[in-house]
Design a protein around this ligand. Structure first.
Ligand code: PMP
Length: 469
């Protein structure tokens, strides 16, 4: 069979979904016949089809979603259903268009449906979607990651960030032969049992920092410390700790930049006590700098966890680090870890294409940072002009606007923000075609596809939305 051009594959997909919506939800023939939503770029269409799908979703999926924050509980209202995304834009099933600052919660650093990534996935799929044997793309992606992040000498690919952190913790425990771990208040490392203690993200949004179903015995082995508090680091006997795990750019309680001295001291106390340091760069990896937060701060961990960008929008996670530690993993070592779909060729292809494109131009990271800085600077000015007190945080191309009169430096100060005001702001922006994170405790992201004109449109919406608060 000759290779089909990519454009046809794409159009067929869009039409399939339209036809399904027409059959099951009575979508009008007019909308079905359109060749994709790029032609329906009008704002403020009603959300009729999103509402219909939501009604069905809450009957079929717990809370209507497959991941809690998507349900809009942090901001109120019902979520929209995305039909299609391209570049910096999302289109919902009703044809509304949004400038997207969530970017699938971080992975889409090139923008959505980047042609190089889509082509790589299509090419890989034509050769088969999973083999269960080693495949060359695993080696190519491993090479790209280890060259960019020297702290990673050996790497193992998994399917999500949660799997990465969970496995890294097991490895640290197996390597050190110690049980206790240290985590920091408000840092989120996925939903593994020992890490769901004083975690941010959905936990911060819903005010349930500890999940039901986590055995007390597990939680007892997790010591939590406040962030950015140097003295607190001395309160722990590091000789009985397997590892400390930290987000070097904490971004799951809003965004809270770490003090360099704090990270340096954490490195020093863990090392002195023979505990490992796990840098959770699932979100900051390949986002804040080519070498992640570890390059930015000049502080390296023994192990690093990755996800999001390394999968280019497909389900991928990874953990890696010192070779002597990584060799404790099965099959060479006694720490068991495995995965049917780990190193999946489609996911590897998307990751390779994303990283190669990202690394192709030295100035990409500077460009991302400058655009984000401009967006933040101007947003802050608009808030001041509107008389709305805010605290604006930014690291690289991640940002967060806190509605508060106080500086936000830790979990406690983040929790004091005016979440109701954030909800109103979020909906004001959404109505004006800008999709921000649906929770005060999540962050925004920019992609290389966001243009200066996108930023201008966003700022025009911001000026209006702020006036309504
Ligand atoms: N670690 C960090 C720092 C994260 O931000 C996240 C998810 N946002 C995870 C781990 C978990 O990743 P996943 O959702 O892919 O399981």
């Amino acid at each position: 069979m000759p290779d089909e051009p990519l454009a046809n594959v794409w159009d067929t997909k869009v039409q399939d979904i339209h036809q399904w919506l027409a059959r099951t939800h009575g979508l009008t023939a007019g909308l079905v016949s359109r060749r994709g939503f790029a032609t329906v770029a009008r704002m403020n269409q009603p959300h009729i089809y999103s509402e219909k799908l939501w009604h069905e979703a809450i009957q079929l999926l717990p809370g209507g979603v497959n991941s809690p924050v998507r349900a809009f509980r942090g901001v109120g209202g019902t979520p929209f259903f995305t039909q299609r995304a391209r570049g910096a834009r999302l289109w919902d099933v009703d044809g509304n268009e949004y400038i997207d600052y969530v970017l699938s919660w971080g992975p889409m650093i090139l923008g959505h449906a980047h042609p190089r990534v889509i082509q790589a996935v299509v090419d890989a799929a034509r050769d088969g979607t999973s083999f269960g044997t080693p495949n060359p793309r695993e080696i190519r992606l491993a090479r790209l990651v280890t060259e960019a992040m020297p702290a990673i000498e050996k790497i193992r690919f998994v399917n999500s960030g949660t799997e990465a952190t969970m496995s890294a913790i097991r490895l640290a425990r197996g390597f050190t032969k110690r049980d206790k771990i240290v985590k920091f208040e408000g840092c989120y490392h996925g939903h593994a049992d020992s890490l769901l203690v004083k975690a941010g993200s959905g936990g911060a949004t819903f005010d349930v920092p500890d999940s039901a179903g986590v055995p007390a015995d597990f939680a007892r082995n997790t010591v939590t410390l406040p962030l950015n508090d140097l003295a607190a680091l001395d309160s722990v006997n590091w000789r009985e700790i397997a590892s400390a795990i930290i987000e070097p750019v904490p971004a799951n309680m809003g965004l809270i930049p770490l003090r360099l001295e704090f990270l340096q001291k954490l490195r020093q106390v863990t090392q002195a006590g023979g505990a490992l340091l796990i840098m959770d760069e699932v979100m900051s990896g390949f986002r804040v700098a080519k070498g992640g937060a570890q390059e930015m701060y000049g502080v390296t961990g023994d192990l690093t966890t990755l996800g999001k960008i390394i999968g280019g929008g497909l389900p991928v996670g990874a953990f890696g680090g010192r070779a002597d530690i990584m060799d404790h993993l099965a099959p060479t070592g006694s720490v068991y870890q495995a995965g049917t779909l780990s190193g999946n060729p489609l996911a590897m292809a998307a990751g390779i294409a994303t990283l190669e494109e990202l690394f192709a131009h030295e100035e990409n990271f500077t460009k991302l940072e400058q655009r984000t800085a401009e967006l933040c600077r101007e947003t802050k000015k608009l808030a001041t002009a509107a008389g709305i007190p805010v605290w604006q945080a930014r690291v690289g191309s991640k940002f967060c606007l806190f509605f508060t009169e106080q500086p936000v430096t830790d979990y406690a100060s983040a929790k004091r923000c005016n979440t109701q005001r954030y909800g109103k702001y979020f909906h004001g922006m959404l109505e004006r075609g800008v999709y921000l994170a649906p929770s005060q405790f999540e962050v925004g992201f920019l992609s290389l596809a966001h243009t200066t004109s996108d930023i201008e449109q966003t700022l025009a919406a911001t000026a209006e939305a702020l006036r309504t608060l």
